[in-house]
Design a protein around this ligand. Structure first.
Ligand code: GDD
Length: 316
């Protein structure tokens, strides 16, 4: 089997690559905008191809050369706060690049055979009335930020490509993914980074936080990539699947964990620039559909994830 992964050098992409190399006897191609400086892996199972995702012909050429059985489209702009600062780039990277990919697949030699996984987000649901929680795949989309709108657009596009052209596409809506290696700009990395920097004496003792009352459904990236693999193989084409734990944790609880782990005293300060124009108070997902479709079950506890994230930042 042959798989093509976009965004292979990113946070989720690198974990998916590890998962595939360990578990599957597949040939893997990673589509990258620019060649990375160091090799991702030293074996013959992986090849990198340079592809310009703004150029449909370039993608088409790549697909026809490889003729993949599976395409994981992970490349995207994943930062909600950044999407307020650069709305156009968020739409270009998330929506337009997905459209280019869909068009290229539709015109390709593998249009009738390839299975495509597209990555959405719980941010597509946006504000959901408390009585409608937990969020399932039928919950109406009501995104509240440019990122969520760009991901909702992808889910609507892929639905049409399935209906109109029979494309075998599975759309996932992961809730908050966390894990060692995630960049700063996401809450668990932002907090763990500050603890590690303070312990190492690289930062003064003021710990900057944003909104602490929101609650999120956190899932470890190592669980998420397993879900993606299960779904691309066993999910129903044209369907959407939530990927979530089904439990909500407040940002205050995340902060409490890190403060308790810190070996230095921490003074907390709310930073105005970390407060967003709109912030959804609570995300909690319903994982019944993925549980019924696959044997996937989350393995990582939140405590294990947070411990590993802190270890990662302490070792940097
Ligand atoms: N990033 C960040 N940094 N967030 C903070 C901080 C901080 O220092 N302090 C409080 N927060 C709050 C945010 O306001 C938000 O309510 C919550 O912590 C989570 O923020 P993020 O970790 O940035 O994640 P997100 O919920 O906005 O988006 C993530 O989850 C989506 C799925 O729901 C991202 O991983 C998206 O890519 C993903 O689609």
């Amino acid at each position: 089997m042959k798989a093509l992964i976009t965004g292979i050098t990113g946070f989720v992409g690198s974990y998916l690559l590890d998962e595939l190399l360990v578990r599957m006897d597949w040939k893997i191609w990673g589509a990258v905008r620019t060649a990375p400086l160091s090799p991702l892996v030293n074996n013959n199972s992986l090849k990198l191809v340079q592809v310009d995702f703004q150029n449909e012909d370039d993608i088409l050429k790549c697909i026809n050369e490889i003729k993949p059985h599976y395409i994981f489209h992970l490349a995207g702009q994943s930062n909600v706060r950044l999407s307020w600062e650069d709305k156009r780039q968020t739409f270009d990277i998330n929506m337009m690049n997905a459209l280019n990919l869909l068009e290229a697949i539709r015109k390709s030699d593998v249009a009738n055979t390839v299975r495509l996984l597209t990555i959405g987000s719980s941010e597509e649901y946006g504000f959901v009335k408390p009585e409608l929680l937990p969020i399932n795949e039928e919950t109406a989309l009501n995104p509240q930020n440019p990122y969520g709108i760009s991901k909702a657009a992808i889910s609507m596009l892929v639905k049409q490509y399935h209906k109109a052209y029979g494309l075998n596409v599975i759309h996932v809506r992961p809730f908050n993914h966390i894990g060692p290696g995630q960049k700063r700009g996401f809450v668990t990395s932002d907090f763990a980074y500050q603890v590690a920097a303070m312990e190492a004496g690289k930062m003064d003792q003021t710990f900057r936080v944003g909104n602490l009352v929101s609650k999120r459904d956190f899932l470890d990236v190592r669980d998420i990539v397993k879900a993606y693999l299960e779904l691309i193989m066993h999910g129903q084409g044209g369907e959407v699947y939530n990927v979530c734990l089904g439990e909500a944790t407040s940002i205050q609880e995340i902060l409490d964990f890190f403060v308790a782990e810190a070996s230095v005293k921490i003074n907390i300060e709310t930073a105005a620039e970390l407060i967003r124009p709109v912030d959804i108070p609570l995300y909690i997902g319903d994982n019944k559909k993925i549980f019924e479709a696959t044997s996937w079950r989350p393995q990582y506890s939140l405590e294990k994830s947070l411990t590993d994230i802190l270890k990662h930042w302490r070792e940097r």
